[in-house]
Write a protein that binds this ligand. Structure first.
Ligand code: NAG
Ligand code: NAG
Ligand code: NAG
Ligand code: NAG
Length: 250
C-alpha cells in the first residue's frame, strides 16, 4: 500500500513536470490536472495486473496467501495467522477533486472509496492473563472512505538538472461506516454481534477521532520516503523510469 502510494505520487509529479513547460508556455489545452486524472484512471485499470516489473503484484483484488501476526501490548497478546486474505476495492475509487496549481507547486485532491473491504480466514490466540483460541471467517469493510488533502512539492534547477522534492503531504482520512463481521469470537450469536459492534466502533473512532494524528503520521513517514525514493535522480531519470517501465500507463 505504501509503495503503491509512492508510485502514484511520483507518477503524478513526473507527469506534471513533464508537462509544465508546454503547459504554461505553449498553452497546451489539456491541463495538468486532467493529465493526472487520466493517469490515475489508467492506474486503476493496471492495478488488476499490477506492475510485475517493479515487483508490485495485482492490487485489484490484492490477494495474500498467508500472513502471521503477533501483537504484544503490555498484558495483552494476540498472535495467529490470516489465510486467503482478499482486499477488494483498491481500484474502486472516484476522483472527486484533482486540482494542480503549478505556480504554487501544489496538488489538491479528494478521493472517495465506496467500499474498501477484506475477507480472510483467521486463527488467533488471544489473552491477557487468560487464554482464548479462535478461528473462522472474517469480513471487514471501510465504507464511504474519503481521502482528501494536498501535496506540496518544489522543483528547480541544480546545475543543468531539474530536481524534485516533496515538501509536505497533508491527507485527511474520514470513514462513513465500518462493517465488521468476524465469526466465532463467541459461540453465542448475540455476543458475537456485540463484539463486532465494539470492533466497528473502535475502528471508526481510531480513524475519525485521530484525523490530525493520521495526517501527521502520513506526512512524517511518506514525505521522507518519497524523497528517499527520488534520491539523486533528476526529473529526467524519473520520467524515463515511468515511461520506460510503465508500459500502457499513459
Ligand atoms: C467489497 O468492495 C468491492 C469494491 O468496492 C465491492 O464491489 C463489494 O460490493 C464489497 N463487498 C461487500 C460485501 O460489501
Ligand atoms: C465523502 O465525500 C462525499 C463526496 O464528496 C460526501 O458526499 C460524503 O458525505 C463524504 N463522506 C464522509 C464520511 O465524510
Ligand atoms: C465458526 O463459525 C461458523 C459459522 O458461524 C461455523 O460454521 C463454524 O463451525 C465455527 N467454527 C468453529 C471452530 O467454531
Ligand atoms: C463514527 O465516528 C464519528 C466521529 O467520531 C461519529 O460521529 C459517528 O457517529 C461514528 N459512526 C458510527 C457508525 O459509529
Amino acid at each position: 500500500m505504501k509503495s503503491l502510494s509512492l508510485v502514484v505520487i511520483l507518477l503524478a509529479l513526473g507527469i506534471v513536470q513533464a508537462n509544465k513547460v508546454p503547459e504554461i508556455y505553449a498553452g497546451q489545452s489539456r491541463s495538468a490536472s486532467s493529465i493526472i486524472v487520466d493517469a490515475l484512471e489508467a492506474i486503476k485499470v493496471q492495478m488488476v495486473e499490477g506492475w510485475p516489473q517493479y515487483g508490485i503484484p495485482p492490487l485489484a483484488p490484492l490477494e495474500i496467501h498467508h500472513k502471521d501476526f503477533n501483537y504484544e501490548t503490555g498484558e495483552m497478546h494476540a498472535n495467529g495467522a490470516l489465510d486467503d486474505v482478499i482486499v477488494s476495492g483498491l481500484n474502486e475509487f472516484e476522483i472527486v477533486k484533482m486540482s494542480v496549481n503549478l505556480p504554487l507547486s501544489r496538488i489538491t485532491m479528494e478521493f472517495n472509496f465506496a467500499s474498501l473491504n477484506l475477507t480472510t480466514k483467521y486463527k488467533a490466540d488471544v489473552g491477557a492473563g487468560w487464554q482464548m483460541a479462535r478461528d473462522g471467517g472474517a469480513f471487514l469493510a471501510l465504507e464511504d472512505l474519503n481521502i482528501s488533502g494536498q501535496i506540496r512539492y518544489s522543483t528547480g534547477l541544480v546545475g543543468s538538472n531539474n530536481y524534485l522534492r516533496i515538501k509536505g503531504i497533508q491527507l485527511q482520512i474520514v470513514v462513513g461506516n465500518v462493517v465488521s463481521n468476524i465469526e466465532n469470537l463467541s459461540k453465542y450469536r448475540i455476543v458475537n454481534r456485540k463484539l463486532n459492534e465494539i470492533i466497528e466502533e473502535f475502528i471508526n473512532l481510531t480513524i475519525n477521532d485521530n484525523v490530525d494524528f493520521v495526517t501527521e503520521w502520513i506526512d512524517s513517514t511518506v514525505t521522507p520516503a518519497c524523497n528517499n525514493l527520488i534520491g539523486d535522480r533528476t526529473l529526467k531519470d524519473i520520467i524515463d523510469l515511468i515511461g520506460g517501465g510503465g508500459g500502457n500507463l499513459i
